[in-house]
Design a protein around this ligand. Structure first.
Ligand code: NAP
Length: 282
């Protein structure tokens, strides 16, 4: 069923609830911009905030939440373990740093940012331990392919409940999203607007005009109707509100198919297999 409001949640395989829509914070790197964005997002109804060690903004997101007086229990905070700190001990230590910078004693969701062959099982073991210790409520992965998930299943005590991957009309990763769904893993779309590349698509422009919506709104709605969780980012208050305003219209089955057919397998970000082999983004 497609959610009817921004505060709707999706049930995870571990029994917890995750908001269907969140706010991405990549490239939000100064305190005033972060504060304005987070206040606008909160007022617009976003309850999930997505950060990562790599974004180097945990230390301004934490203070923003404090300064704005947002209730910790009303927020769903996600962070991610960077490639450079993977391995059991390093991950345990790195997450301590994230919690300190975010000024909280738990994360709602911790993801392995990218799979790395050298530390593949040890990093996951650290996440299982952090969950058992209560520092993290739910654990998941990011940028994992079907092969990575199958490999993880050979040794994991528990499987990820979320797989956050690049997903937009030019890269719809249908096979991976189907696999996730069959295995009770929620697919979360990063760069859900394709970092703007998709926004100039002429077919989407026509569809948006038909609904009296923007192209960004049509794309985010398509993701929601595919049962994905989506986390658009913007620094502009009016766009933050616009992106949240997608619960008052719907795409019919033909429109969904037309957007599905725009797929070009075109990435804006790294190829997971290369990061897996080298342990580095390029
Ligand atoms: P995105 O959300 O697809 O696109 C962001 C870009 O679109 C920004 O340039 C923004 O510009 C613009 N924009 C946003 N809303 C718009 C609207 N309504 N109309 C026109 N332009 C609009 O890209 P993203 O930031 O890369 O991805 C979203 C989040 O996913 C990130 O912030 C991060 O939290 C997460 N992420 C995760 C990974 C991973 O490996 N797990 C990788 C990348 C991103 P303005 O800011 O100027 O408004």
């Amino acid at each position: 069923m497609t959610p009817t409001e921004i505060t709707a949640t999706r049930k995870l395989a571990d029994g917890r609830q995750m908001p269907v829509m969140g706010f991405g914070t990549y490239l939000l790197n100064d305190q005033p911009t972060m504060n304005t964005a987070i206040q606008t997002a909160w007022d617009a109804g976003y309850r999930m905030l997505d950060t990562a060690m790599l974004y180097r903004n945990e230390d301004i997101l934490g203070p923003a939440i404090q300064q704005l007086g947002l209730p910790r229990e009303g927020l769903f905070l996600t962070s991610k373990v960077a490639e450079i700190v993977q391995g059991y001990d390093q991950t345990m230590k790195a997450v301590e740093g994230s919690l300190k910078r975010l000024q909280t004693d738990y994360l709602d969701l911790l993801l392995i940012h990218w799979p790395v062959r050298e530390h593949f099982f040890d990093t996951w073991r650290a996440l299982e331990q952090l969950k058992a210790d209560g520092q993290v409520k739910s654990i998941g992965v990011s940028n994992y392919t079907i092969a990575h998930l199958e490999l993880l299943a050979t040794k994991a005590k528990e499987m990820p409940v979320v797989n956050q991957v690049e997903y937009h009309p030019y890269l719809n990763q249908q096979a991976l999203a189907d696999y996730d769904q069959e295995h009770d893993i929620v697919t979360e779309a990063w760069s859900p607007l394709g970092r703007r590349v998709v926004l100039d698509d002429p077919m989407l422009a026509k569809m948006a005009a038909h609904h009296n919506k923007s192209v960004a709104q049509v794309i985010l709605r398509w993701e929601l109707q595919h049962q994905l969780v989506t986390i658009p980012k913007s620094t502009h208050p009016e766009r933050i509100q616009e992106n949240a305003n997608i619960f008052d219209f719907s795409l019919d089955i033909d429109e969904m198919t037309m957007i599905d057919l725009l797929n070009k397998n075109e990435r804006t970000g790294n190829e997971p297999e290369i990061v897996y082999e080298t342990g580095k983004q390029y």
